[in-house]
Structures are given as structure tokens and as C-alpha cells.
Ligand binder design. Structure first.
Ligand SMILES: NC(=O)c1ccc[n+]([C@@H]2O[C@H](COP(=O)([O-])OP(=O)(O)OC[C@H]3O[C@@H](n4cnc5c(N)ncnc54)[C@H](O)[C@@H]3O)[C@@H](O)[C@H]2O)c1
Ligand SMILES: O=c1ccn([C@@H]2O[C@H](COP(=O)(O)OP(=O)(O)O[C@H]3O[C@H](CO)[C@@H](O)[C@H](O)[C@H]3O)[C@@H](O)[C@H]2O)c(=O)[nH]1
Length: 324
């Protein structure tokens, strides 16, 4: 298949492009490079454009006859969304609306959408499955939930087929070590932990040590980026046989606290990692752990990277020799 990968120069999108090509598909990347890196998609077709620019989108569909779209574009920082909500609704909601319009005009009827655990808000159960109430506590999560609603409406009104994949915490890098996670500024835990080992950044901070968890720090479900991309391949297959809008939670089903992540990074790097205890970060729920039983059963998806050390080892390989 030929796939338009919106946000394909970003962290997860660039891994997706690699997986598509490795599996015999063709990828065209649409990206405004606001947080993406052209170095992560060398030699591949890149349309540099913005989802908010309807004309650029329409042209992309005119020039490239694609079978489906994968949509990774977003502003995606929880704390930034608390201080700049309008920017989040504009990019994530209005931008996606433009994309849906352009797809409709071009007659492309299959979409895989990147959603997030942040749509659920404060967890009301130990593990979060698809029946969990969706009550986001930050504008980032709210913007993604709005898109999920738009996709359900587009399915009934226009026959759009979609699979929404709600990632928990994406982590790790391709084992080859030549693409990986690189955000500026970097706010994510694992890159910050590894950067601190390399003496980069302003020193590692642990945000919140008074959460109602075993060691007082936030617990998250870290899922390897290549396990996310394999789920997208399953989603493409799924849409061949299923109409409608479908949503799946993607995680390992296992929570790790911030301190456990630091301990794992110490084992992998062999370094002693110093950190400062800092106040809680706005918008962070205490615990987010996924049940991915539905994805396993209905998509036939099986994550390969289940251990934290194994995931961090792939990220470490990238960070030691970071190329962009
Ligand atoms: N990283 C995570 O842990 C995580 C977890 C849950 C969900 N997600 C979602 O997965 C997706 C990818 O996340 P990521 O970590 O790879 O982010 P990223 O910032 O690395 O990638 C996003 C890409 O989209 C591009 N982009 C953003 N807005 C655009 C626009 N208006 N027009 C064109 N291009 C645009 C950026 O330049 C970038 O290349 C996002 O939708 C994010 O919300 C990420
Ligand atoms: O330098 C740091 C960075 C993070 N944290 C903590 O580590 C945990 C994980 O934070 P981070 O890596 O920033 O991820 P999240 O804020 O959990 O958000 C990620 O995971 C969400 C789903 O769970 C996605 O929606 C988001 O897009 C994605 O960024 C949180 O408790 C943070 O407070 C620190 O203590 N120090």
C-alpha cells in the first residue's frame, strides 16, 4: 500500500516510515518539521507542509495517490497544553479537521490516528481498558478525545474507516541506533534520564515524590516505539475487513515508577544517576497503565519488547551517538 504519513519526520512517525518500507509499503511524508527531523527519513518523499494549510494538504493528495493515511501530527506536551490550550485545539483539532476534509475530497477512506492515554484523565481502575470513562484533565488529552469523536461522526456520515491507537508512553528507539527520540526542549523522562548520564541538559529532576504510589513517583506504562509501529500495520490490515471507527489502547500492561525507570537506566548504562526531587508537574496523573487485551484479540497485535531494561537499552544506543 501507499501511505501518507502525516508527522512522519517525528519520533514515532519516523519509526513508522521505516516499518512501512521494511514491510514492502510505500510512504509519503507530510510534515511541517516543527518538531520533526528530515535526517530521520533520508531519501524518502517529504512534502513540507502544515495541516492547517488546506491547500498544501489538497495538493499532497493530488500529487500522491495514497491508499490510506497515518496521522502522527500533534502538539503533545501535557504541561504546555495547560498554559497554551488554544494552540493545542488549533493544531490537534482544527488541523485534523482539515486532514479529514482533504481525505474526503481525495476519496481516501482509511485513517490510523495517534491518540493517547491522556484522554482517560485520572484512572478509576488499576489498568485502563477501552471501557474506562474518558475524562481528560488537560487540554492535550481533550484535543485528542475531540478527534476521536470526529472520527466516529465521519464514520457514520462519510463512511471513513479509522483505527485510533491510544498509546501510553512511547519509549525506546530502533535497535539499529540511527533514529530515535529527539525533542527540543526534551520533556520526556527516558531521554532526560539518558541525557543526564551523558552530561547533557540542566540536570535530572523527578517531578513529584508525594503521589499515592509505592515510592511516591508517577507510574507509567512504557511501550517500545517499534511495538507501536507494528500495531499500525495490524490496523491497516484490520481496516480492510472492518468499516467504522475503532479504538484500541496500546501499552505493555505493566507500570514503572519514575524511580524504577532511573534504576533500570543505571543497570543499562552502568552509571550512577543523580537527580533532584522537584514539585509535581501540572496535569500529570499518578498512574497510567494500559490493558491492551482488545488490541491483542482483535488486531492480532503482540508487543515484542516487554522489559524496561530492554527498552532503555535501545534508547541508550541512540542517545550515546545521537545524530540529530
Ligand atoms: N511520544 C509519546 O509518548 C506519545 C504518547 C501518546 C500519544 N502520542 C501521539 O503520537 C503522535 C506522535 O508523537 P511523537 O512523540 O512522535 O511527536 P513528535 O513531535 O516527535 O512528532 C510529531 C510530528 O508531527 C509534525 N507536526 C506537528 N504538527 C503539524 C502540523 N500542523 N502540520 C504538519 N506537521 C505537523 C511535527 O513536525 C513532527 O514531525 C502525536 O500525535 C502524539 O500526540 C505520543
Ligand atoms: O525530566 C523528567 C520528565 C518526566 N518526569 C516524569 O516522568 C513521567 C513520565 O513523563 P513523560 O515522559 O513526560 O510522559 P507523560 O507526561 O506521561 O506523557 C507521555 O505519555 C502520554 C500518555 O501516557 C502521552 O499522551 C504524551 O504524549 C507523552 O508525552 C511523569 O510522571 C513526569 O512527571 C520526570 O520526573 N522528569
Amino acid at each position: 500500500m501507499k501511505i501518507l504519513v502525516c508527522g512522519g519526520a517525528g519520533y514515532i512517525g519516523s519509526h513508522m516510515v521505516r516499518t512501512l518500507v521494511a514491510n514492502g509499503h510505500e510512504a509519503v511524508i507530510f510534515d511541517n518539521l516543527s518538531t520533526g527531523h528530515p535526517e530521520s527519513i533520508p531519501g524518502l518523499p517529504l512534502v513540507q507542509g502544515d495541516l492547517l494549510d488546506s491547500r498544501a494538504l489538497l495538493q499532497a493528495f493530488e500529487h500522491h495517490s495514497v491508499d490510506a493515511v497515518m496521522h502522527f501530527c500533534a502538539r503533545s506536551l501535557v504541561s504546555e497544553s495547560m498554559s497554551e490550550p488554544n494552540a493545542y485545539y488549533q493544531n490537534n483539532v482544527a488541523g485534523t479537521l482539515n486532514l479529514l476534509d482533504a481525505m474526503r475530497r481525495a476519496g481516501v477512506d482509511k485513517l490510523v490516528f495517534s491518540s493517547t492515554a491522556a484522554i482517560f484523565g485520572q484512572p478509576q481502575s488499576d489498568v485502563i481498558d477501552e471501557t474506562h470513562p474518558t475524562v481528560p484533565i488537560n487540554p492535550y488529552g481533550a484535543s485528542k478525545l475531540m478527534v476521536e469523536r470526529m472520527l466516529a461522526d465521519a464514520a457514520s456520515a462519510y463512511g471513513l474507516r479509522s483505527v485510533t491507537l491510544r498509546y501510553f508512553n512511547a519509549a525506546g528507539a530502533d535497535p539499529d541506533g540511527d533514529i530515535g527520540e529527539s525533542h527540543q526542549p526534551e520533556t520526556h523522562l527516558i531521554p532526560n534520564v539518558l541525557r543526564s548520564v551523558l552530561g547533557r541538559g540542566d540536570g535530572l529532576k523527578v517531578f513529584g515524590t508525594d503521589y499515592p504510589t509505592a515510592d511516591g513517583t508517577c507510574v507509567r506504562d512504557y511501550i517500545h516505539v517499534n511495538d507501536l509501529t507494528s500495531a499500525h500495520l495490524c490496523a491497516l490490515q484490520f481496516m480492510r475487513a472492518h468499516t467504522g471507527a475503532h479504538a484500541f489502547n496500546l501499552g505493555n500492561g505493566c507500570g514503572f515508577s519514575v524511580l524504577e525507570v532511573i534504576e533500570s537506566a543505571q543497570r543499562v548504562t552502568g552509571a550512577r544517576i543523580e537527580f533532584e526531587r522537584a514539585p509535581r508537574r501540572a496535569g500529570d496523573p499518578a498512574v497510567l497503565v494500559a490493558s491492551s487485551a482488545k488490541a491483542r484479540e482483535q488486531l492480532g497485535w503482540e508487543p515484542v519488547y516487554t522489559g524496561m531494561d530492554e527498552i532503555i537499552a535501545t534508547a541508550w544506543r541512540w542517545h550515546r551517538d545521537q545524530r540529530y
